[in-house]
Ligand binder design. Structure first.
Ligand code: SF4
Ligand code: SF4
Length: 292
């Protein structure tokens, strides 16, 4: 991506130690997700809200929500046991920007672990307004889920958004979200944050549109794009997920415009460890031992 800004040494190190941003890092460095953000401000058609946010998670799992203080304690215990964890992320179970606990948690973590990379993922609705807070708490890697940049397509994916206390349905809501996502991504890139975009590939809805998204991401200076397969649930329970070949073809078509992530594990909102080993599902015995 030629529009991508140059990164300084510190950011290059953070990228090299981030298991999602650098595929070589996935076997060496880990991440911990802190599930402190239960609320969401939109309704995606593939989302069943008793489970984790589908834009960054595995289907059908419910992460236990922690308070910021509990999240700090969990981080202390896990970092002591797994020093190869370099990234602390908040990815749900709802939208991190719809929960003030996200910022409280990052503040606690930054104070005690200034050397760790702080990472977040969001649906982007509140990104322009919250960017100042994101920068203040020291987030340096940010994922925004962008499933369409055409409001007609987006309106088929998101039922409604709740923006400043008002519900916007269909195309009206889609326009607000897309505008905020694109403005927010541009501002985040300009502010020196390394941005990743997740796109959920929904056959028959946005599969022909992903290249257009990739072109836009190139323009905005996005670092990497992660095309994830649809999880067929909620209002989209009857839509078949893409085949691995369809996903690969989409990635190939987007590759000329923006670097592709191909090793995503669709982690839980409370996952930790190496991507290849989801230790949030480790034995109950071990969990009790580290009191999580
Ligand atoms: Fe669900 Fe995530 Fe969409 Fe919110 S942003 S509705 S939590 S999939
Ligand atoms: Fe990384 Fe994908 Fe897991 Fe997010 S869901 S932490 S992008 S591997």
């Amino acid at each position: 991506n030629t529009n991508r800004p140059e990164f300084d040494e510190g950011l290059l190190r953070k990228i090299a130690e981030h298991p999602c941003y650098d595929k070589k890092a996935q076997h060496k460095y880990g991440r911990i997700h802190l599930a402190v953000a239960p609320s969401c401000n939109i309704q995606c058609n593939f989302c069943v809200r008793e489970f984790d946010c589908v834009n960054e998670s595995r289907p059908g799992v419910t992460s236990k929500v922690l308070t910021p203080q509990e999240a700090l304690e969990k981080t202390r215990q896990i970092i002591a046991d797994y020093p190869f964890i370099k990234v602390v992320g908040i990815a749900g179970p709802g939208d991190p920007l719809a929960n003030k606990e996200t910022f409280e948690t990052f503040e606690l973590i930054k104070k005690e672990f200034p050397e760790l990379t702080l990472c977040m993922s969001t649906n982007g609705l509140m990104l322009p307004e919250k960017l100042e807070d994101i920068l203040r708490v020291g987030v340096s890697t940010l994922t925004v889920t962008i499933n369409a940049i055409d409001p007609e397509i987006q309106a088929k994916i998101v039922d409604h958004v709740v923006y400043h206390g008002k519900v916007y349905k269909g195309i009206e809501g889609a326009k607000i979200q897309i505008k905020n996502q694109l403005e927010g991504v541009k501002a985040a890139v300009d502010a020196g944050i390394v941005v990743k975009v997740n796109t959920v590939l929904v056959p028959g809805i946005n599969d022909k549109h992903v290249v257009e998204i990739a072109r836009k991401l190139n323009e905005l200076g996005v670092y990497i794009m992660n095309i994830m397969p649809l999880i067929s649930q909620g209002a989209f329970a009857n839509i078949e997920p893409p085949t691995p070949e369809e996903r690969k073809a989409a990635q190939q078509a987007c590759e000329p415009y923006v670097l592709q992530m191909r090793h995503c594990r669709q982690c839980r909102a409370d996952a930790y460890g190496l991507l290849s080993q989801d230790m949030s599902q480790m034995s109950e015995e071990r969990r009790k031992l580290i009191k999580i």
